[in-house]
Design a protein around this ligand. Structure first.
Ligand code: UDP
Length: 330
C-alpha cells in the first residue's frame, strides 16, 4: 500500500516525501506544480500532475493506486497574500479540501494527515500555546486552515474518516543532503529573505515593526526544522493506521526568537553583516507565537532533532548558497 502526498513538490511536502522514501515507504506524489517544483520530487516517488480541485483526476488516481492514507500539503500558504486575495485561499484551501474529502469518501480512503498552522490561534492568550487554547485567526490563511480542520471533523462524524491536523509554527531549514530546500516565488518568509542579502540578491532586510510588546520590539516566532516537521507527518499517519482518533498537534521547538535575533544568527552563520532597516508592521502578524509541542511528543513519540536555531540556519544556508535560484537554473 502506498502513501499519497498531495503537494509533494512543495517545501514541506518534498521533505516529507524524502523522509518517507528514506524509511522504505511506497510513495505517490500529486501536485499541480503551481508553486511546487518537479525537481523537488524524490525520483523514487510516482508522480501525478493534478489539481486537487479536479475530482475526476483524484478519483482516477485512487482507482489506479492502492492508497493507505493521504498526507495533504496542497494549499496556498502566504499570510500577506491571503489578506489581499482571500478568495484564492477559500478556493484552493477550502474548496480544494472539500473536493479531496469527497473523493476520499467515494473511494473508501479513510485516513488523512494535513498541514494546519499556528495562524489558527491568532493573537494567543498565553505562550507556550496549547492545542486547546482559543482559536481566533487574525488572517485569512489561518481562517481557511481552521475551517479545513472543522470540515474534517464533520466529515469524520458522517463518514468515519479519521484525521490528524498538524499546526506548524515557523518551518525553516533544508534537507541535510542539500538536494532540496525552500524555494518560493515570490519569497515572503523571513529566513530565506535574510539569506538573499549575503547571496547578493537583496541589499537589506526589512524588519516588519519594532514596536511590538516583546524584548526588542520585533515579533517572536518558534522556528522548527522542516525535516522534524516531515517526521511528525509519518508518525501521525502511523498513529491513524494503528487506530488513533482524530487529533490536533502543535509542532514547534517551544523556544521563541525575535526577528532581530534571527538576523543576528544569520550574520554569524554566513559571516556577512546583513544590513537591516525597520519597516511598517505587516497586516495580520501576531506579536508572538511559541508552541507547546508536548502533546506531539507524548502521543506521537515525536523527537525533534534540530532544536537549535544556529544549526537550522546552517542547513538553510547550505541549500541557498548552492542553489541561489532554488530549483531554477540561471
Ligand atoms: N518578517 C520580517 N521581514 C520580512 C519577512 C518577515 O520582519 O521580510 C517577520 C514577520 O513580520 C514575522 C516573522 O518575520 O514576524 C516571520 O515571518 P514569516 O513570513 O517568515 O512567517 P509567519 O510567522 O508569517 O508564518
Amino acid at each position: 500500500m502506498a502513501i499519497l502526498v498531495l503537494g509533494g513538490a512543495g517545501y514541506i511536502g518534498s521533505h516529507t516525501v524524502y523522509r518517507l522514501i528514506e524509511a522504505g515507504r511506497d510513495v505517490v506524489v500529486a501536485d499541480n506544480l503551481q508553486t511546487g517544483f518537479k525537481e523537488a520530487v524524490h525520483p523514487k516517488a510516482r508522480f501525478y500532475q493534478l489539481d486537487i480541485r479536479d475530482k475526476g483526476a483524484l478519483d482516477e488516481l485512487f482507482r489506479k493506486e492502492k492508497i493507505e492514507g493521504v498526507i495533504h500539503f496542497a494549499a496556498s500558504s502566504q499570510v500577506g497574500e491571503s489578506m489581499t486575495n482571500p478568495l484564492k485561499y477559500y478556493n484552493n484551501n477550502l474548496y480544494g479540501t472539500m473536493v479531496l474529502l469527497q473523493s476520499m469518501v467515494d473511494n473508501g480512503i479513510d485516513k488523512i494527515v494535513f498541514s494546519s498552522t499556528a495562524a489558527t490561534y491568532g493573537e494567543p492568550e498565553r505562550v507556550p500555546i496549547l492545542e486547546g487554547d482559543k482559536t481566533f485567526p487574525t488572517n485569512c490563511y489561518g481562517q481557511t486552515k481552521l475551517a479545513m480542520e472543522q470540515m474534517m471533523g464533520w466529515v469524520s462524524r458522517a463518514h468515519g474518516l479519521r484525521y490528524v491536523a498538524l499546526r506548524y509554527f515557523n518551518a525553516c531549514g533544508a534537507h541535510v543532503s542539500g538536494k532540496i530546500g525552500e524555494a518560493h516565488d515570490p519569497e515572503t518568509h523571513l529566513l530565506p529573505i535574510i539569506l538573499q542579502v549575503p547571496l547578493g540578491q537583496r541589499k537589506e532586510v526589512s524588519i516588519f515593526g519594532d514596536d511590538y510588546p516583546t524584548k526588542d520590539g520585533t515579533c517572536i516566532r518558534d522556528y522548527i526544522h522542516v525535516t522534524d516537521l516531515a517526521e511528525a507527518h509519518i508518525l501521525a499517519l502511523d498513529y491513524l493506521v494503528a487506530g488513533g482518533e482524530n487529533n490536533v498537534f502543535n509542532l514547534g521547538n517551544g523556544v521563541g526568537f525575535t526577528v532581530k535575533e534571527v538576523i543576528d544568527i544569520a550574520r554569524e552563520v554566513t559571516g556577512h553583516p546583513i544590513p537591516a532597516k525597520i519597516a511598517e508592521r505587516r497586516a495580520g502578524d501576531p506579536a508572538q507565537l511559541i508552541a507547546s509541542s508536548q502533546k506531539a511528543i507524548d502521543v506521537l513519540g515525536w523527537k525533534p532533532q534540530y532544536n537549535d536555531l544556529y544549526t537550522i540556519v546552517e542547513t538553510a544556508w547550505n541549500w541557498h548558497r548552492t542553489h541561489p535560484h532554488g530549483f531554477k537554473e540561471e
